[in-house]
Ligand binder design. Structure first.
Ligand SMILES: NC(=O)c1ccc[n+]([C@@H]2O[C@H](COP(=O)([O-])OP(=O)(O)OC[C@H]3O[C@@H](n4cnc5c(N)ncnc54)[C@H](OP(=O)(O)O)[C@@H]3O)[C@@H](O)[C@H]2O)c1
Length: 396
C-alpha cells in the first residue's frame, strides 16, 4: 500500500483500510497524566489533521479510533473538519462505542484568525456546535500570533499583515480564553507552539487559575525539544508532542529537502528489529515513556491496524531503559541520542516582514515584543535600516 521513498517514509497512495475484525483496547488501560488542575488526561491523542489529503476519511478514521479505544481526540478549527469529527462522535455513540461524548477527552484549538478578543467566544461557540457538545476538555491557543495562511497554501505563501508575538495582544486573547473556562465551555486551558520566552511572559502576567496546564508542540525522536519541555514541566505544564511519527504524509508546504524521516533513523530501525515491533511503535513508545512518562503524543492514522497499534503503545512499556537512552541520550559522548533538531513545521508561512525570511526567528525568541508600541518602534527602525541598506549596498 505504501512505498518507502526519498526523505520520507511513505508516499501516500490514497487508500484507507478499516477493519472491524481488529479488537478494541480497554480505554482504562491507556496511561493518563495528571494536569495541574488535578484532572487526568489520556496520553495518547488521536490527531484529526488530515494533511490536506485525508479529509474524506477523517469521519471514518475518528469513529474507528473511538471504536478501537482512543478517548483523547485532538481537533482544531484550522483543520476545517470539526463538523466531520462531530459526526464521528455521533456515529461512535450510535454504534455503541461510547455512551456519550462525556467519555471522551476533547482538545480544541483557537485558530489564529480568531484571536481578536471579540472573535474568541464566537469561535468557541462555533466549535462546540460543530462538535455537537456543550463543553470540551481542553482549549488551546493554536499559535502565539494571529497570522493566518490560506488552507492548502504553497511553501512560499506569505501574509503581508503577519506580525511577531506581541505580548500585550496575546494577553487580550488569553483573557477571553480564560472567560470561556469561567463560563464552563472548556474545562482546562493550554497553549500550542509556545516558546520559552512567550511562556515566561504569559506566566508572569496571569493569575494561578489562568495558567495553561498543557502545551502542544512538535516532538518526535529527531526533534526532542527536551530543554523546552523540561522548562514547561518545571512550571506544571504537561507537554504533548504532535507529528509524533514524523508526519510522513504532511502537506507540501511543510516539506523540505533538509528534513529527515524519524522512522528511517537507524537507531529507531535497530530497536524495532530487536523488539520485533513496528517503527511507528518504537517512535510512539519513546514519546510515551520519555521523561518519566510525564507527557503525551498526538498521532493520526487512517488504517485500523495502525490506529490500534498507535494506541497500544500507551498501555505498556515497550522500550527498556537502555533502548530509551539510545534514543534520548544523556549529554555524554557515550550516549549522544538521536535528536537532530529536525523541525518539520518551519512555520515560514507565518513569517512577518521583519523576520527577513528567516523561519528560525519563529522559534528562537529573538523577536518577541512586549507591547504594540514597542513593535511600532521596532518596525520603524527595521524599515529605516532596510531603506539605508537598499540605498547603500550593491543589489546585483
Ligand atoms: N498544534 C499544532 O500546531 C499541530 C500541528 C500539527 C499536527 N497537530 C496534531 O498532531 C496530529 C499528528 O500529526 P500528523 O498527523 O501530521 O503526523 P503523524 O501523526 O506523525 O503522522 C501521521 C501519518 O503517519 C502515518 N502513520 C500513522 N500510523 C502509522 C503506523 N503505525 N505506521 C506507519 N505509518 C503510520 C499515517 O499514514 P496514513 O495517513 O496512511 O494513515 C499518517 O499520514 C495531527 O493530526 C494534529 O491533530 C497539531
Amino acid at each position: 500500500m505504501d512505498l518507502i521513498k526519498g526523505y520520507g517514509v511513505t508516499q501516500k497512495i490514497e487508500q484507507v483500510c478499516f477493519d472491524n475484525s481488529i479488537q478494541p483496547l480497554d480505554p482504562s488501560t491507556v496511561h493518563q497524566v495528571p494536569l495541574a488542575t488535578g484532572r487526568m488526561m489520556p496520553v495518547a491523542a488521536f490527531g484529526t489533521f488530515h494533511s490536506d489529503w485525508a479529509q474524506n476519511y477523517m469521519e471514518e478514521a475518528t469513529a474507528e479510533a473511538i471504536r478501537l479505544g482512543w478517548r483523547h481526540i485532538d481537533t482544531a478549527r484550522a483543520y476545517e473538519n470539526e463538523e466531520v469529527v462531530g459526526e464521528a462522535i455521533r456515529r461512535a455513540i450510535r454504534e455503541g462505542y461510547i455512551a456519550s461524548a462525556d467519555e471522551l477527552f476533547i482538545t480544541g484549538k483557537l485558530w489564529n484568525g480568531h484571536m481578536a478578543p471579540k472573535d474568541v467566544a464566537p469561535a468557541m461557540d462555533t466549535t462546540l456546535q460543530a462538535l455537537g457538545v456543550d463543553q470540551i476538555d481542553m482549549y488551546l491557543n493554536h499559535w502565539p500570533w494571529p497570522n493566518v495562511h490560506t488552507p492548502g497554501c504553497a511553501t512560499d505563501h506569505r501574509n503581508p499583515g503577519a506580525v511577531p508575538y506581541i505580548h500585550e495582544a496575546f494577553l487580550e486573547t488569553w483573557a477571553e480564553i480564560c472567560k470561556l473556562k469561567q463560563a464552563g465551555k472548556v474545562v482546562d486551558i493550554g497553549t500550542s507552539n509556545h516558546t520559552q520566552a512567550t511562556m515566561k511572559l504569559l506566566l508572569r502576567d496571569v493569575a494561578q487559575d489562568e495558567r495553561p496546564v498543557y502545551n502542544q508542540m512538535e516532538m518526535h525522536p529527531l526533534l526532542q525539544q527536551t530543554e523546552l519541555r523540561r522548562y514547561f514541566e518545571s512550571e506544571g505544564i504537561v507537554c504533548g508532542g504532535y507529528m509524533a511519527l514524523g508526519s510522513p504524509n504532511r502537506p507540501g508546504r511543510d516539506t523540505f529537502k533538509e528534513h529527515r524521516a524519524d522512522m528511517m533513523d537507524p537507531t529507531i530501525q535497530a530497536i524495532a528489529a530487536e523488539l520485533g515491533e513496528s517503527l511507528a511503535k518504537v517512535a510512539l513508545a519513546w514519546a510515551a515513556q520519555r521523561e518519566n512518562k510525564s507527557g503525551g503524543y498526538v498521532a493520526m492514522a487512517t488504517r485500523s491496524d495502525w490506529i490500534a497499534e498507535n494506541l497500544r503503545v500507551a498501555t505498556d512499556d515497550l522500550l527498556s531503559a537502555e533502548q530509551l537512552l539510545r534514543i534520548c541520550g544523556d549529554d555524554t559522548p557515550q550516549n549522544p541520542g538521536i535528536d537532530a533538531n529536525n523541525r518539520l513545521i518551519w512555520g515560514q508561512v507565518f513569517l512577518w516582514p521583519e523576520a527577513d525570511g528567516d523561519w528560525r526567528i519563529l522559534w528562537d525568541d529573538s523577536q518577541v515584543l512586549e507591547t504594540r508600541a514597542g513593535y511600532q518602534t521596532f518596525k520603524a527602525s527595521w524599515e529605516a535600516h532596510h531603506k539605508v541598506q537598499l540605498e547603500t549596498t550593491f543589489q546585483g
